[in-house]
Design a protein around this ligand. Structure first.
Ligand SMILES: Cc1cc2nc3c(=O)[nH]c(=O)nc-3n(C[C@H](O)[C@H](O)[C@H](O)COP(=O)(O)O)c2cc1C
Length: 355
């Protein structure tokens, strides 16, 4: 990236953030044919669950924070006024319901530290599990001390380091040099002193990537698999003719969420499932596959753009729905849900054969 690249100066980044929010709120930005493959995971119904709903424990403890449900609002935004409002409103929902919450890429804050306020949510959400966010390419170019400062400045508990080569390839002025990623993870794991989550952004985690991350010493991955919001698609909608068609060609690219969860678990990684999760049953299926948390971006964005109450209603529906899945599989705890009998359909089984 050249320092004078108009796409990546202060104004360029701010405009891009506003475009992303607008497009994701109004346009069709999800994959059209590719699914998460979570529909191929069937949890077996138990007519004799032998438990009372009040016995169910949806809670999870992570990095010194207590979650009331294994749910997270995915990192989306920051760096612009509209972004600040969204972050504050969604963080309040996370605080009220005991969910985790992530901010969007803090790159804008690296360039202009005054933009910290557009990411800072601790005042309204003192107890949430809060996730910072930076791109792998930016992390590679930034001294570890400065990366640590990004996390500390917003009092986050962990840092998502996002992987988005597909988006960059379509974005005008996007990164084109993806060398040294594994080395950067090794450096961060060794020196940052803050938990790290390797986070995809809608293209999922293939077996080889899961192995590379595990070998680099990464313990947590947010798979952000295919079947939901496509960043190739969002950038295609922003692109000029020529580039736009290339984005259209790769609209369906990626590893489905269900397969990504299985690949990451196979390498012993702790998993946040995301990418195309839209309701509690899909979350329950992802948890049954071994995910520790389920995270969603687009549904929370659209709800909060409607009203803060709509975002609260969506959270309520997710939590109530998870209780249904727990009850009907006879699961008192999330560990029980992971042991609940289930069936995998033929497409998912085909993906599972990959090594
Ligand atoms: C408006 C918007 C902005 C996003 N910005 C970021 C970002 O800055 N960093 C990041 O890691 N992911 C970002 N994402 C990706 C999401 O965190 C998530 O991985 C992806 O959208 C798939 O989840 P979904 O299908 O529930 O939307 C963004 C998503 C949306 C909708």
């Amino acid at each position: 990236m050249s320092p004078h690249d108009p796409h990546n100066d202060k104004q360029g980044i701010r405009q891009r953030k506003v475009d992303h929010i607008d497009l994701c709120t109004r346009e069709d930005v999800e994959q059209r044919l590719t699914t998460t493959l979570l529909e191929e995971v069937t949890l077996l119904h138990r007519s004799l669950p032998e438990l009372a709903v009040e016995e169910i424990d949806l809670g999870a403890d992570l990095w010194g924070r207590r979650l009331k449900a294994p749910l997270c609002v995915s990192g989306m935004t920051g760096g612009a006024e509209a972004a600040q409002r969204i972050n504050l409103e969604l963080a309040k929902v996370a605080q009220r319901f005991g969910l985790a919450f992530g901010v969007g890429s803090q790159r804008a804050m690296l360039i202009d530290p005054a933009l910290r306020d557009t990411y800072a949510v601790r005042e309204v959400a003192p107890d949430i599990l809060l996730l910072g966010n930076i791109g792998l390419v930016q992390a590679a170019q930034t001294p570890v001390d400065k990366v640590r400062e990004l996390v500390r400045a917003i009092e986050a508990d962990a840092l998502c380091v996002h992987l988005n080569p597909a988006q960059e390839m379509i974005q005008a002025g996007g990164d084109r040099d993806f060398r040294g990623g594994v080395e950067t993870f090794k450096r961060l794991v060794g020196e940052l002193g803050i938990p790290i989550i390797a986070k995809e952004t809608g293209c999922g985690i293939a077996p080889q990537t899961a192995r590379q991350l595990a070998e680099a010493g990464v313990s947590w991955v947010d798979v952000s698999g295919a079947g939901g919001t496509t960043w190739v698609g969002v950038e295609a909608l922003r692109a000029k003719p020529g580039r736009r068609e290339v984005g259209e060609d790769y609209w369906e690219w990626g590893v489905p969420t269900a397969a990504s969860v299985l690949f990451a678990r196979r390498e012993g990684l702790q998993v946040i499932a995301s990418g195309g999760l839209r309701n509690s049953y899909e979350c329950a299926r992802a948890l049954a596959l071994g995910a520790s948390l389920c995270s969603m971006a687009l549904p929370f964005l659209r709800a909060v753009q409607e009203s803060p109450e709509a975002a609260e209603a969506f959270a309520t529906r997710l939590i109530d729905g998870l209780q249904v899945a727990m009850t009907l599989t006879g699961s008192r705890t999330l560990a029980d849900l992971q042991r609940a009998p289930r069936l995998h359909g033929p497409n998912l089984r085909r993906w599972e054969e990959l090594e």
